[in-house]
Write a protein that binds this ligand. Structure first.
Ligand code: TMP
Length: 234
């Protein structure tokens, strides 16, 4: 498979075309940003960890009936994926109050949700990814009713699978963000699943093992990413 032109460079990833129009190559970078790009930094080795962890999670989910864009891992920082058109939605699932939910609703971080909370944001950097609901999504034509229902079903099932997967590794899955895309007209999970896009807390101590260490200047950022990968590869 020949790697061709880069078609997209995001804050943490690059996407390349290949000689097969149905396949892309995703390359994971060590660059980290937060607060819509306002804060910038490097997390040494992050690209390698996010590539490995995403590959492992995508394989796990495929095995449990969730269609994903993942095809194969190519090297330390790159994976082969199905070419998708990303739906301009961020889907957030929360089990424990943290981050923007804790702030918006005035709930202490760490408070268990009585049931999982699913939120949609409009993926639009200029607007700062505002939260929207299903009416907005249909009214401005971001996805169809059918796609919305499928995305909700997949996201809640992914939550159940990943909650169990992480707790077996003594990690609490606090919340996470997913992105979906279409490939041959079908909705599939795309983007990544990594400590950049999940909140992961040690189940005994609640120590943060994710990108909040970078966002909030908590230190030990690389150590936390390595700790997560170590626990999931055990
Ligand atoms: P939030 O509490 O800041 O809304 O974040 C919820 C989850 O989504 C958390 O696991 C971090 C993840 N997330 C991203 O992956 N990308 C983003 O741009 C933001 C704001 C959050």
């Amino acid at each position: 498979m020949m790697k061709k032109d880069m078609i997209y460079e995001g804050k943490a990833k690059k996407v390349f075309k290949t000689d097969d129009s149905k396949r892309y190559i995703v390359g994971y970078k060590d660059d980290a940003t937060a607060f819509n790009g306002e804060k910038k930094g490097t997390i040494v080795g992050k690209g390698i960890i996010n590539n490995k962890m995403s590959a492992l999670v995508f394989k796990l989910l495929e095995g449990r009936g969730i269609p994903t864009h993942f095809i194969d891992i190519l090297n330390d920082r790159e994976m082969m994926v199905k070419a998708v058109e990303i739906l301009p939605l961020e889907v957030i699932v929360r089990n424990v109050a943290a981050g923007s939910l804790a702030k918006r609703l005035g709930i202490d971080e760490g408070t268990e949700m009585k049931e999982p909370v699913l939120e949609f944001c409009y993926k639009n950097d200029d607007l700062g990814d505002p939260m929207i609901n299903e009416y907005h999504i249909k009214a401005i034509d971001l996805a169809t009713e059918e796609q919305i229902q499928l995305i909700k079903r997949y996201s809640l099932k992914i939550n159940e699978i990943l909650k169990r997967f992480f707790i077996e590794r003594n990690i609490k899955l606090v919340d996470f963000k997913l992105e979906f895309g279409t490939h041959d007209g079908e909705v599939i999970l795309a983007d990544e699943v990594s400590p950049d896009t999940c909140r992961l807390w040690d189940a005994d101590t609640n120590k943060k093992l994710d990108k909040d260490r970078f966002r909030r200047d908590l230190g030990d950022v690389e150590e936390a990413y390595n700790e997560v990968l170590g626990r999931i590869l055990f």
